[in-house]
Design a binder for this molecule. Structure first.
Ligand SMILES: [Zn+2]
Ligand SMILES: [Zn+2]
Length: 372
């Protein structure tokens, strides 16, 4: 099949910025050097761009996992233009299609099934999306957001103003415009681009399928470190309405921390999370699936399979009971439960179920680990 024509503007921008970052920046570092002001400023700008995409473009606008006041939305809108990743409206439209039709090569704009190069950057280099480029029917809700529409309308001007204005401005203040343009302009932009692009490429190739194998998305702690928490992509694809990507306290998800932090001041609100039982059940189901795949190699596969499925059914029943009592307990603490239910009964029941579930989970983990 003949490939669609190249988009020379995109090819030019990606190529030139990459070449400058890969050649001119190291050359300047060796012959002239960068000082700590320039390095720290570039790092701050890198974080500003990246987190505007993760906090704003992705978790706020594409998925509506929480709501934010106008100041937060404005800051993210400017940061997104600085990150040079198209307007909020366009980015979110693409991203919603990606989730809805993930891995379907003819619909998913950056389908990972088309390979690393295509999902990373190739999809932006040719007119693959020409027929639906201006179709914003899946982001009608965002068209009611004045900041989104203002940014969309003035996207080019905002992009030019931030990408030239910030590096040149900082260079003038600090007294070295060339170094500032190279580091804060070019290197920051290239790093910001490719770390985000890794979510579409690497996060669909490298890592664990902790919660689902219905799509190619993977959980990867290394990627999460470079992408402000977005590396927990397997969780994200199954529970896309959750404002978190890394749900455990030890998982690196600064985007989640920022959204939560802002919620203490009501700058962000209505944060959505997935019910705990759904997460626990999805994880156990994946353990069952993976163990079953390995079990087929055993001579007594059928017998082991039956045993495993029996344990799984017991675990599911236990989880259902435990989480329903936990809900009761939470309702009781909020004073929502009728007085007819004895408070101590719920607490005791909860404690017993918790111990039982923990024991069963231990058994379940050692059982599934045998075959994994
Ligand atoms: Zn997403
Ligand atoms: Zn994805």
């Amino acid at each position: 099949m003949k490939k669609p024509p190249l988009i020379w503007l995109n090819v030019g921008v990606f190529l030139i910025t990459f070449l400058v970052a890969a050649i001119a920046v190291p050359y300047r570092a060796i012959t002239h050097g960068f000082d700590s002001f320039e390095i720290i400023a570039a790092l701050i700008c890198f974080c500003y761009c990246g987190m505007s995409i993760t906090t704003g473009y992705h978790r706020l606008w594409s998925h509506r996992t929480y709501q934010a006041n106008a100041t937060i939305r404005f800051i993210c809108a400017i940061g997104g233009a600085f990150a040079l990743q198209n307007s909020i409206l366009h980015w979110s439209s693409d991203h919603r299609i990606h989730h809805k039709h993930v891995d379907k090569n003819d619909v998913d704009p950056y389908s990972a099934k088309q390979g690393f190069w295509y999902s990373h950057i190739g999809w932006m280099l040719r007119e693959y999306q020409a027929t639906r480029y201006y179709d914003y029917s899946n982001v009608r809700d965002l068209q009611k957001d004045k900041i989104v529409m203002w940014q969309h309308k003035h996207y080019l001007a905002l992009t030019l103003a931030t990408n030239f204005g910030i590096p040149i401005g900082l260079g003038l203040i600090h007294g070295d415009v060339i170094s500032s343009i190279l580091l804060i302009g070019f290197l920051r932009l290239v790093l910001s681009h490719h770390t985000t692009f890794f979510i579409n490429s690497l996060a669909h190739i490298w890592g664990k399928q902790t919660y689902t194998d219905k799509n190619t998305a993977r959980d990867n702690g290394v990627l999460a470190f470079f992408t402000f928490g977005e590396g927990y992509h397997n969780f994200h694809h199954i529970f896309e309405n959750d404002y978190r990507n890394g749900i455990r306290w030890w998982q690196f998800d600064p985007t989640k921390w920022l959204i939560k932090f802002c919620s203490y001041f009501n700058w962000t609100y209505k944060l959505k999370t997935t019910p705990e039982d759904k997460i626990a059940k999805a994880k156990a189901h994946m353990q069952l699936v993976k163990s079953k795949q390995k079990l087929t190699l055993y001579p007594n596969a059928e017998e082991l399979m039956n045993k495993l499925e029996h344990q799984y059914d017991l675990l599911m029943a236990q989880m259902t009971e435990y989480y329903s009592v936990k809900k009761q307990l939470i309702a009781q603490k909020k004073g929502e439960l009728s007085e007819s239910v004895e408070a101590s009964t719920v607490v005791n029941r909860y404690k017993t179920l918790k111990v039982e579930l923990e024991q069963h989970l231990k058994h379940w983990h050692s059982l599934t680990a045998q075959y994994a």
